[in-house]
Design a protein around this ligand. Sequence first.
Ligand code: ZN
Length: 357
Amino acid sequence: METIKKGNRGKEVIDIQSRLTALGFKLGREGVDGVFGPATEKAVKEFQKKRKLFVDGIVGEETWRELVDANYTLGDRLLYLKVPFFRGDDVVQIQKWLNVLGFNVGEIDGVFGVNTEKAVRSFQKSTGLHSDGIVGPTTIKALENLKSVVDSNIKSDFPEGVSARESSSSVAGKRIVVDFGHGYPPDPGAVGSAGLKESEMCEDIGLRFGNLIQLSGGEVCYVRNIGDFVELTERVKTANDLKANLFVSFHLNGSADPVVDGTSVYYFKRNKNFSAEGKKLAASVQRRLLEALGSEDRGIQGADFLVLKLTKMAAILIEPFFITNPERERALRKEDFRQKIAVAVFDGVQDYFTGVL
Ligand SMILES: [Zn+2]
């Protein structure tokens, strides 16, 4: 970005002034007027001093980034593992709390990376929360409760930091093919009563899943682009050509009856033939999905869908719930719900590689 300093004016200056004001720095009579005057410069210098930056009163790249970071307070947004990493003062807050509570996040750098996510998951597990690494209202509240216990020095049996699991991820080095079901236009898949399309929701969840795989050192390939339709045989060919380790097809179930809901995962089966690896993978993912969603168990099911039949690697097709169920469709609009599903599938894949179950 361009540096912004005394004498500049315009929208960027208004942005800087608003951020400074929100952080409690006084601009005097200048106020938020879009003109970088002496009071703004003074406020920038104070801000830089406070954040241990080079104090020159000029807003360059580093100062700007700090201004953005500083404006996030815990609870403003959902935090979870993704690339690019979330960064900001809300992350700093979480990291400090986790460290105090004995969950090692490593360096407190305000970046929500792999170690922070691991610490969040350990914390969640130890307090009986669902361990998905997503920092939303429930996790924040649990942290606050525990933190106040620690602060007040009351001797209490707050959980010991669970030692982080084996750091070498089982997904590392694996090539995983992600198939977003359907593809609109022309094929939206199932459509909810409020208009959410299966194809688009699968893209969102599938990308989140791919993100988690990548961050664990795995390789992800997508068989189609966002908003594209690709023939099923072509999807299979891509996966086979890539010699992938796994094939994961994301879908959401549909029914004419809005009450119907439940979780199922498919693997290849025809008559007496079935894929043993596919079945194992399906069981791992199904278990994690049920745990995360608390949904009705419709079981893992053998089927000879084309993408399961013709793929040469362990392959599954996931139907986490029914998009035609209005309650589920409403939940789908929330980012934490979509992330939760992605995390559950990811955890199931991890379990499959580590042989848990
Ligand atoms: Zn589908």
